[in-house]
Design a protein around this ligand. Sequence first.
Ligand code: ADP
Ligand code: MG
Length: 588
Amino acid sequence: MSKVRILSDRVANQIAAGEVIERPAAVVKELVENSLDAGATRIEVEFRHGGRSLMRIEDNGCGMSRDDVLLALERHATSKISVADDLNRLASFGFRGEALPSIASVSRFTIQTREAASDAGTEVLVNGGKMGHVRDCGRAVGTRIEVAQLFNSVPARRKFLKTDQTEAAHIIAGVRLYALAFPQVAFTLIEDGRVIFRSPECTGLVERVAEIFGKQLAEGLVPINAIENGMRLSGLIGRPGTGRATRHEMITFINQRPVDSRALNYALIESYHESLPKGRYPLAFIFLEIDPAEVDVNVHPAKREVRFRSETAVRGFVIRSVLSRLREVLDFGNRISAMPVAPVINVPRDVSPVTFLVSIPPALVERRVEVNAPPLLVPPTAIAPQITNSKTKSRNEYPAWRWLGLAHGSYALFETASGLVLLDRRATHERIWFERLQDQFRAGAVPSQRLLLPVALELEPVASALLLARLDFFNGHGFEVVEFGRNFFRIQGLPAWMEPADGEPFVRELLGALRDGRLQDRDIDTAREQLARLAVANAVRLGDGGGELEMQELVRQLFACRAPLTSPNGRATHVEFSHGELARRFQK
Ligand code: ADP
Ligand code: MG
């Protein structure tokens, strides 16, 4: 008997599902795309537990007849192309005819649909790829799909899912992309019974961005519109100086499809080279229209990564367009700069670091004000109260090192009994601060500073939800953040060690880290550790580096730490060259 066999449809579907349906967000993506392809003007997405337990996508699109819905659940059934050549001129999102059967093969899948020509709708249940029932149902024209118990029948895949919070973040980010690409379609997104956003039909992109990301962010944007050689770039870009710590708000579309395009991202970053400080990313919601034959969207069914036939041409076009728009905005800004503007206050250094924040209309200047920072951390004891009892003896033997000097401002050189030591000042400060903060966190004694002028913080709904869920945590660790209306917060106080001007960017950075999973806070100890780690990365600013006393004090404090050998990120705080090693180097 032959060993080669044709796979049953059910197995083939489950295998395809492995490619198409990486995670719950991929299900939502496929179903929202189907709704858009069906001409819907209203789409509602609801999910529970990061999409594991339930995803529901409902639309008012064209719907399907009973025959069509049964056919659509077969593999490679699609109404969108018939011959392979159609692939080159795709106008719709779907074309493979794989999504519905794949999803239905790995979940408990219920579809209700009705087309305008029928009086009754059809309901079909498919459970783990096995047909359940087919019956009439009452419903309005359109389609409603419920996907429950995703991957229950495929435990191996379930294992690869991340926390509910991470999966939810992917779903939310995904739906948001389609909402941006189709402002004229009303979108509602509901997580665990709570509305994340509900945006009616919008007149345009600005309105949609304001709905989803908040008015404050929308005000920092300017429209762009450029045409060249059959390509068109439109959308909104950040004013010079308006940037973000993460790439989350650099959003790109090609021919109305949300895409990840390295070429576009680099072009954007490059265009802002002189308009943003180092390490900040531009804000951009841009749409590139280009001959579909010039793009390959088909790199991977589940990925949004695209390739261009001529990368250089696209990149050049984007950079030229964005640069020239930024220059226009700057010129305009210069012309109006004679107008009275809220003053930029320079905080003198000898004033207590506690009470200054400057408020400037966001449309005029970026909020972040660089306050001339003091050499904040030298010595840390000056600012953070010592929690460790000085009678207790230091945890590690304090070594007798003789300070020789400072190299490149960042390395302190010491002579020791066994050779030479090079100490990295930053790594050392980070270690000391990290443990100090941990002690403060544990003792529940985080000194806080009240801000003279509270900072208004407007967040987009995802970040807002993340922050709301953690207000107690934040406020128990030196912050004083209060909710102030939907998606609005006020920062009224900050941990004492934080520069007031760093408060808002820091809170945003924390939320960004929570969102893309760099910061997991399932239990309080991890959350504290992560908070301390991020805080330290922000708080350490090296001054000039003082003299001997300061360096000796630094060493003393380092060796009072629990883990003096490494920085919180695992870098070495110091390296030692033993006599033996030195001798070897000099070939003695
Ligand atoms: P594809 O989108 O690649 O065609 P799918 O498996 O996603 O494949 O969908 C199969 C077919 O089912 C589609 O071609 C379309 O005709 C129909 N369909 C799917 N979802 C909807 C919907 N929400 N409204 C109307 N028709 C739909
Ligand atoms: Mg589809």
